[in-house]
Design a protein around this ligand. Structure first.
Ligand code: PLP
Length: 413
């Protein structure tokens, strides 16, 4: 089989890696391309997801929201019902099966918010891999509950103290580890970013979401939706659901980025929906990054840790340029309001990331006809966001509880 190297998506993507890693990338590319052309591999993956993660996840008709907003019929794809609470498990189980096929014994991963670290540590425990996670010191302080679970799952969490001590420094540290450990180790990259083949491979594993969603909406409605909404961090959940409808030109695809405090404040993470995104090369890929006029990477901001990322999938940058996907941004305030509405009207708890997709859909649905159908991808559940949401809603009883807990700990020492 001929292997395709350094693949680009339009003018984006590529494989910008140090020469020491080139053979590893060739090995990975070959393994991935062989797995992809072997239907038994996908069947094994889908079977694993059924028995371990509860797939297929349901497509829920949101009758109360539909009635309340008064426009399009709203359906919600429930990735929150996966084991570990989000779509991230699809990618890590897929890469775990591939790592086994390649005979690897150890997995490493970067994590920012910690969700990908927990998913990877879960997969490693299940498959019997040794596991090390790289996480910036600032993120370790912000995301202690995720660090707690990674360690309990048996992973070693390496605290990265270089640079800004956040995600990009964790990514660099993971690549450094890989350069010395590639014989035995697979790097489980967390989203549809990085050097080829990662963007395409992660999108492929996540396409299980879109395949299911398409079948499910055809089963209940006997027709395709008019619009599909998904939030966009690195791009994996959006590419997952969008892939099911990519070739159906009448289905509009809407990617929703983090609008933070507003697109004119500089405090957001809207790479494609704002004017602050510029083409650059970093983290092994050519794509759109949020940059200052001088070409420095900007500091991003979002209420949701999972969307707070300076780059974006090269596949999405290309689909944006080709106008196949419309990109919008939802602000922190709009997101909290959308979360409140989803809780009250449907009894569901979207992750703050997913609530961006809800916010945009809620803005647009009332203007649509009752004969239109929309699907929102609920990428994850919001239990993890209890600290952030309690702060945003200024919940005093919760604050008192935390203070009381802290006092109990202090008295016990
Ligand atoms: C990590 C995460 C995201 C953002 O990542 P993508 O790769 O863009 O999907 C979105 N939603 C949830 C629940 C997440 O955990």
């Amino acid at each position: 089989m001929e292997i395709h190297r350094q693949k680009y998506f339009g003018k984006f993507g590529g494989m910008y890696v140090p020469s020491i890693l080139e053979t590893t990338f060739d090995e990975l590319t070959q393994a991935y391309q062989e797995a992809r052309s072997d239907p038994a591999f996908w069947d094994g993956f889908a079977q694993y997801m059924r028995s371990y993660s509860g797939r297929p996840t349901p497509l829920t008709f949101a009758e109360n929201l539909t009635g309340y907003l008064g426009g399009a019929k709203i359906y919600i794809k429930r990735e929150d019902l996966n084991h570990t609470g989000a779509h991230k498990i699809n990618n890590v189980i897929g890469q775990g099966l591939l790592a086994k096929r390649m005979g690897k014994k150890r997995v490493i991963a970067e994590t920012g918010a910690g969700q990908h670290g927990v998913a990877t540590a879960t997969m490693a425990a299940k498959f019997g891999f040794e596991c090390e996670i790289y996480m910036g010191e600032v993120d370790v302080k912000r995301q202690r509950p995720n660090v707690f679970w990674m360690e309990k799952l048996g992973a070693k969490v390496n605290v990265v103290k270089d640079g800004t001590r956040t995600l990009k420094d964790a990514i660099n540290a993971t690549f450094r580890d890989w350069a010395y450990s590639m014989e035995t180790t697979h790097y489980v990259l967390g989203t549809a970013c990085g050097p080829y083949p990662f963007p395409e491979m992660v999108a492929w594993f996540q396409s299980i979401v879109g395949k299911e969603a398409k079948k499910q909406i055809l089963d209940v409605e006997d027709r395709l939706p008019n619009h599909v909404y998904a939030c966009v961090g690195g791009g994996s959940n959006s590419l997952g659901i969008f892939s099911g409808f990519m070739d159906d030109k009448d289905v509009e695809l809407v990617g929703v980025e983090a609008g933070g405090l507003g697109l004119d404040t500089g405090k957001h993470a809207a790479r494609l929906a704002s004017k602050d995104g510029k083409i650059g090369i970093a983290e092994g890929m050519k794509t759109v990054f949020l940059q200052t006029e001088e070409g420095q990477m900007m500091e991003t901001h979002s209420i949701s840790a999972g969307l707070d990322y300076v780059g974006i999938s090269p596949i999405l940058a290309d689909l944006h340029e080709r106008k196949r996907i419309r990109f919008e941004a939802a602000t922190d305030d709009e997101v909290v309001e959308a979360l409140r509405l989803a809780l009250r009207k449907e009894g569901i708890v979207p992750a703050l990331e997913s609530a961006h997709a809800f916010a945009q859909a809620f803005k647009e649905a009332p203007r649509m006809g009752k004969d239109e159908i929309i699907v929102i991808n609920q990428s994850g559940r919001g239990d993890k966001d209890i600290f952030t949401v309690a702060d945003a809603l200024k919940d005093r009883a919760w604050e008192d509880f935390i203070i009381q807990k802290a006092e109990e700990y202090r008295a016990g020492r």
